[in-house]
Design a protein around this ligand. Structure first.
Ligand SMILES: [Zn+2]
Length: 298
């Protein structure tokens, strides 16, 4: 359909403004080796693993310390080639470039907000990758490894996310990157270690507090990312925020577990909680509002 609807949709897909190459030395292509022993069965096993690690922090806990087999590194080389050619314009069309551009925006925002901020590394991989937290496969989903201060993304995850009911809108994908950066912030503040000491399951577990805080910190990024004359993001639209909320709800523990979901098994928080904490960060722009450890009203 021509007319305003088309214009709205196009506008909805544009997030980065600016032009030319994207300068950062912190994003690289990785992986390409085969994971020696993948703890996955068929389709059902795949889903369970993604659920356990979705936006998680440590594949080694689940996958063990598997040594990657010797494999082709052509995947890594291809991704690196694509990363090297990324421009800001391409970041609105291409997922790999979008991840790269988002990290630049995140580094800019967090270096403003956090004294002593040290940027993480980001690795974009295909199929499998060896990390400081053990070997991971595409089925791991995006994760942050505190041992090597690196966020890992397999772009094929975004197809999986859409199948789970998430949005494939650009801001929804950027939210995933910002969530993993949230774990990096938590690594710097000590919240990650604190959460890991407070248990990995249950509605008030350390894991749920860590994950909801990462959603909140992603919201804080979004608040600042389109703010000011040098903002890297064009003004965020209501539709784009809706796409993030849709995604946050799609990956809530109760959404994934379905009817009869038992909160005692939660690791990331419910759909409502995930959307709520992203909103707290997005509306306030204040990381101090993201203290999920200071309340039981999660
Ligand atoms: Zn997470």
């Amino acid at each position: 359909m021509p007319g305003p609807r088309t214009a709205a949709c196009q506008n909805d897909r544009v997030t980065f403004q600016g032009s030319g190459s994207i300068d950062t030395g912190n994003v690289s292509g990785g992986g390409g080796g085969g994971v020696g022993r993948i703890a996955l069965g068929g389709g059902a096993g795949l889903i369970i693993t993604i659920v356990a690690l979705l936006f998680g922090v440590n594949p080694g806990e689940l996958l063990g310390s598997q040594a990657p087999q010797q494999g082709t590194s052509s995947g890594a080389a291809e991704i690196q080639q694509q990363l090297d050619s990324c421009t800001w314009e391409m970041a609105n069309e291409n997922t790999i470039c979008r991840i790269k551009a988002t990290t630049v925006s995140l580094d800019e925002v967090w270096s403003e907000l956090m004294p002593g901020y040290q940027p993480p590394k980001t690795v974009i991989f295909a199929d499998s990758v060896d990390t400081g937290c053990g070997a991971a496969s595409a089925a791991t989903g995006p994760f942050y490894c505190p041992a090597d201060s690196t966020a890992y993304f397999d772009p094929s995850f975004f197809t999986q996310l859409r199948r789970m009911g998430g949005s494939d809108g650009p801001l929804a994908q950027e939210y995933v990157v910002a969530h993993e950066y949230g774990h990096h912030i938590q690594n710097l503040t000590g919240a990650l270690a604190k959460g890991q000491r407070m248990g990995s399951q249950g509605p008030r577990s350390g894991s749920v507090r860590v994950e909801l805080q990462a959603d909140c910190l992603a919201g804080v990024w979004a608040y600042h990312a389109d703010n000011g004359p040098d903002a890297l993001l064009a003004p965020i639209s209501e539709q784009q925020i809706s796409s993030v909320i849709q995604t946050a709800k799609a990956i809530g523990d109760d959404t994934i577990q379905g009817p009869g979901s038992n909160p005692e098994g939660w690791t990331h928080g419910s759909a409502t909680q995930r959307a709520k904490w992203f909103g707290i960060g997005y509306r306030s722009g204040d990381p101090n509002r993201c203290d999920t450890f200071a309340t039981n009203d999660l």
